[in-house]
Design a protein. Structure first.
Length: 366
């Protein structure tokens, strides 16, 4: 690759309102831009003093050029973007960047993805310098090797594969964001004390627990997760028969430590820590699944300076909004349960695609 000249303009010399000459700042490559920087789709700042371009006429960027970051606070040094989407725009490479122009013809997208792959980045690590701020020199970049298929058609397929994968990830992220907005802002606020009473299980002493056993014993830090303690079936059967115990569909609430964490009791043989894990025994005027969803947006009245605690009185004084009709409550609860499942599905899809992307970037260029 041939090195082009970059400018050293700071953010103060740039503007999103004034000017026509666009400038690529290293911070935007690190944070905003991906492997392919489509000038038409991304918002770039403009250079206020347009006379600057006279000095960099031979370094005006073209499609296919690569802009590396030469300085960062960590090992992200060397991150780069391949320029795309240029027609008649004038774009320069800015502060703390190394703009390069390939000497050979590469398919669109190939270099952008290869030069950001783990395989290529491993070459850069020994040449990075600095402690608080890490940098890499143009001379060091010249020493790097680039692996590529001789067939431009094959390069295009690789670049196209990752480009389509990125678009798919972006699609699922956008859909997830929309669903999250719907999910989070569908509520307003009524007192829980009007709907029922706070209950808790009988106290279990430490000597009654073990690391293994018949019945999982959930504490405030483990409800909704995996248990780390157990009690005997004999104690469980006796305490369940004689003392308060949740009904199927009741929502358990952690009131110390991880305050507000919830878990629905589904009818399994389980026991729960007294006073630290509670539930609202309702009078039948509210749908239990609707109540569970309401807990996710409720503003709990928490007390305590060193150790935070959600006391029973404060639970009863906390407010939610609820429809009068239980049929409507059930429909709303069903809607948000399905929405939560859809969000989980898209989260899993995003994770799967990210794993595929990481794997392919690591292994495609071997």
């Amino acid at each position: 690759m041939d090195n082009l000249q970059n400018n050293t303009l700071s953010r103060a010399d740039l503007s999103y309102e004034k000017g026509k000459i666009k400038n690529i700042h290293y911070g935007d490559i690190l944070i905003k831009f991906g492997e392919i920087l489509n000038i038409k789709k991304e918002q770039l700042p403009n250079i206020v003093n347009e006379d600057v371009v006279k000095k960099y006429k031979t370094s005006i960027l073209q499609n296919g050029d690569i802009v590396f970051v030469d300085t960062a606070e960590d090992e992200t040094v060397g991150k780069c973007s391949e320029i795309a989407g240029l027609t008649d725009e004038i774009v320069l490479s800015g502060l703390h960047t190394i703009p390069c122009r390939p000497k050979l013809k590469f398919a669109d997208g190939y270099l952008g993805y290869y030069l950001n792959s783990e395989i290529f980045h491993q070459q850069l690590l020994p040449f990075m310098q600095g402690i608080k701020v890490t940098s890499i020199s143009k001379a060091a970049m010249k020493k790097m090797n680039i692996i590529y298929p001789k067939s431009v058609e094959e390069q295009a397929k690789i670049g196209g594969y990752f480009y389509n994968l990125d678009n798919l990830i972006t699609f699922h992220h956008r859909k997830l964001n929309i669903l999250n907005k719907i999910y989070r802002y569908a509520w307003e606020q009524r007192k829980l004390g009007e709907l029922g009473t706070v209950q808790t299980c009988k106290r279990i002493f430490k000597e009654q627990t073990s690391e293994q056993g018949d019945i999982p014993f959930f504490k405030n830090g483990t409800i909704g997760l995996e248990p780390d303690s157990y009690i005997s079936r004999e104690v469980y059967e006796e305490f369940r028969r004689l003392y308060p115990y949740p009904e199927v569909g009741d929502t358990l609430i952690s009131v110390v430590g991880s305050i507000g964490r919830t878990a629905e009791y589904t009818g399994k043989d389980e026991y729960f820590q007294d006073s630290n894990v509670v539930w609202l025994k309702t009078d039948g005027s509210i749908n239990k699944k609707f109540l569970k969803i309401s807990y996710q947006v409720i503003k709990w009245l928490i007390e305590g300076s060193t150790v935070k605690h959600l006391y029973n009185d404060n639970i009863l004084r906390s407010e939610i909004v609820m429809p009068v009709s239980q049929i409507e409550q059930a429909k709303i609860a069903e809607f948000f349960e399905e929405l939560a499942q859809l969000i989980t599905l898209h989260q899993q899809k995003c994770k799967q695609l990210q794993i595929i992307r990481k794997f392919m970037l690591k292994n495609m260029f071997l």
